[in-house]
Ligand binder design. Structure first.
Ligand SMILES: [Fe+2]
Length: 426
């Protein structure tokens, strides 16, 4: 397809406002618990129960390497490594290669947690003390009776599914809140970069989609928004931490973001419970550093950063500038977009609301090609395409924050205005 207009970085092809004014993402039952505090408590209680079931009943696999092996290999920084993984991704990113929609837990050779996929499970598959399956070199083992087609066949036979990810209503509200934020702050793409595939689009800044019931085509801007409460300016670690630019560069910034954090807080709290139960040691570290760096009280944490990847295609990468595990999930209307993990030949179906929490600094990953679904104009104003939200903690920020007091970032402007001890009125 050829575009007559080239579209520059600043040219507006805006993300539209959703029709509803982005309701809060309610997870807990509004009937049982009415105040925001009790709803949050209910959300956390439900999340704990669901993660406990995930840990008990989801398939468990042992990988034939250690986390340290992966780190050592990545630190060699050999270009051939990426080439090797790219080949695996190419072999997986084909419609005829089956994907896995079923939840799974992956541990390294020493039993350390590496990767969790929170998708679907069979409700009747409640074998207690599920044995851990050694994958060895036979990665096909993770697909036995666990392909998307197996799920469809089982459903036709009347089997019921449990869901470990982000549930429907909460997910739809999250989509509305995210689109509203992106309509106010406008995501950008500055040029080719490692996480997003610039090459496969005929226009990397614009997504085009069809509209149901008409022969019209619509266009929408693509890009990324980085919300980080305490980020170093590029290559200037010695200058300390600042709020990332989308938070402050427009008159809408802080207000819109604060509201977005508030409206998405129950989903963030749900992810935090997953994180706490799946990576307890990392969670503890993040929480202390988050409390030192947190600027917005409406964000429950413990991730200091959030990247909203708005309708962009993914590229193969590892997040080596991040510290420890990150969490991500997609929302929107699209086909394709599976999560590919070449180090253990995994292809997860990765439907809206399916969650990945993993050691993303050391585990390479790529989102497979996706196509936006046709737009249904009778919907709530949310438009087609795929939006991914990544919750992460930059390593440089962690290094600065790990031994600081709670509230340090907000009270001292990240140390740029002195230290807490000097600010106590005499
Ligand atoms: Fe990533």
């Amino acid at each position: 397809m050829f575009y007559a207009q080239p579209y520059t970085r600043d040219q507006a092809v805006p993300a539209p406002q959703p029709l509803h004014n982005a309701r809060a993402t309610l997870v807990g039952s509004s009937k049982k618990s009415r105040s925001p505090e009790s709803r949050m408590e209910e959300t956390r209680r439900q999340a704990e129960h669901r993660v406990d079931n995930f840990l008990k009943y989801a398939d468990r696999y042992r990988l034939p390497f250690t986390h340290e092996d992966l780190k050592a290999k990545n630190n060699e920084r050999k270009p051939s490594l990426k080439g090797k993984y790219e080949k695996v991704c190419t072999s997986l990113d084909k419609p005829e290669v089956a994907s896995r929609p079923f939840s799974a837990q992956y541990y390294d050779q020493d039993g350390k947690p590496l990767f969790f996929y929170l998708g679907n499970r069979w409700l009747d598959d409640k074998e207690s003390e599920k044995p851990i399956i050694d994958l060895g070199d036979d990665y096909d083992k993770q697909y036995v009776n666990r392909r998307y087609e197996d799920m469809k066949t089982g459903q036709e036979q009347g089997r019921k599914l449990a869901f470990d990810g982000i549930m429907g209503n909460a997910l739809h509200s999250f989509h509305e809140s995210t689109q509203k934020l992106c309509s106010a702050l406008q995501p950008t793409v500055t040029g080719p970069e490692i996480r997003h595939d610039w090459s496969q689009d005929d226009n990397p800044r614009v997504m085009r989609y069809t509209v149901e019931g008409s022969d019209k085509q619509a266009e929408e801007r693509k890009g990324v928004i980085h919300l980080v409460q305490g980020w170093i300016q590029q290559g200037q670690k010695d200058k300390g931490l600042f709020l990332s630019s989308p938070l402050v560069t427009s008159s809408k910034g802080i207000g819109e973001v604060k509201c977005y954090y508030n409206k998405t807080s129950m989903i963030t709290a749900t992810l935090a419970i997953m994180f706490k139960k799946l990576f307890p040691a990392s969670y503890k570290k993040y929480k202390t550093a988050f409390e030192a760096g947190q600027w917005f009280e409406t964000d429950p944490g413990p991730w200091l950063g959030r990247a909203i990847v708005y309708k962009l295609q993914g590229a193969l990468h590892s997040d080596r500038k991040d510290f420890g595990p990150s969490a991500c999930f997609p929302c929107g209307f699209f086909s394709g977009g599976e999560m590919l993990v070449p180090q253990f030949h995994a292809k997860f179906t990765y439907l809206p609301g399916h969650v990945c929490i993993f050691e993303s600094a050391d585990i390479w990953h790529k989102v497979a090609t996706f196509q936006p679904s046709p737009h249904d104009p009778t919907r709530n104003g949310t438009t087609p395409g795929r939006i991914s939200t990544v919750f992460f903690f930059p390593k440089d920020s962690y290094d600065i924050l790990k031994d600081k007091e709670k509230g340090w970032g907000r009270l001292t402007n990240y140390g740029n205005s002195g230290e807490l001890k000097d600010m106590i009125p005499q």
